[in-house]
Write a protein that binds this ligand. Sequence first.
Ligand code: KG4
Ligand code: ZN
Length: 351
Amino acid sequence: MSEPLLLGLETSCDETSAAIIQGEHQVLGHVILSQDVHAVFGGVVPELAARAHLQRVDEVVREALRQADRRIEDMDGVAVTAGPGLIGALLVGVAWAKATAFALDLPLVPVHHMEAHLFGPAIEDTEAGPPFVALLVSGGHTILLFAQEWGRYRLLGETRDDAAGEAFDKVAKVLGLPYPGGPALETLAEKGDPEVHALPRPMLRSNQRPGDSDYFDFSFSGLKTAVAMLVKELEDAGRLDSERANVAAAFQYSAVDVLASKTMRAVEETRCRRVLLGGGVSANRSLRTEIERRLAGDGRVFYASPRLSLDNGAMVARAGLFHLRREEVRALDISADAKLPFPGLLRGDSQ
Ligand code: KG4
Ligand code: ZN
């Protein structure tokens, strides 16, 4: 029997994306349309995101099917991001998937956006499966977890305020860089010296111990404020232009140090030297190389290629395939949920 064909649809934020996958590793068609309407506002405007999804979703799916040389009727299931994300944006994808599943009598599989990021690397790399420590870093989430097996996760830490990607975006904005800020900030940071300006490492102290409530957790809002104050100081002194790259480098150095240090704590705690990086910030080269360096060749770091690290339909289809095989197919009563809980994620030592 041939491997199942799945359509994956992603509309949780500002990418409209659809993919056709066959089995676990074949991406037959994949379209990622990044909405450019938000650039002038310096951030995602939820109503505009929803409208742009609505305008483009049909043609994005049609193009993915055309690339795959398949018809929608050929699909064995439709997977869609049901949350978390912007509610208006999510609703477009969920309504589209429900209507299609109903019209063609296809199984409908709701997918959690951050669990989909966990599956991103597994599309290209057959080795990128549990057990692993995962650092999920995106525009809305920062989650450190241990995956015993697919569908069974233990939460180790998360952010108490801003997400890592949000910090990159906000710092980029303070430095006058275009939206989305993460990639632009990384490029600028490469031209700077990270040691000219000292910035704090929030929630990272050497006297923390495993059991302390903040041992694995993150906080990025203080770092963002520290950068804003430094930028103001440099501006007042008329030195901002010449220091911009150094500030970007110092911020990235500090954020990466915190992310890598907490990840290594998780590696020690779980005695698992396989680390998976997922979510948009996992595209950051300095984060990837720092974690590789700290594992010192003894262990593995998994991350997806840039196209599969950022929001995309292929990871949604891949996560959907896992749930389809477990017969976690839903009736047409599913709805979009901006705060959808992570499936299979247990807190603390409960597994
Ligand atoms: O996963 P993602 O595409 O969307 C969400 O689920 O939020 O992540 C987007 C986030 C944005 O905050 C963006 O600035 C950040 O990922 N990002 C990066 C890089 N590329 C994207 N942050 C740091 N360095 C990068 N190269
Ligand atoms: Zn994402």
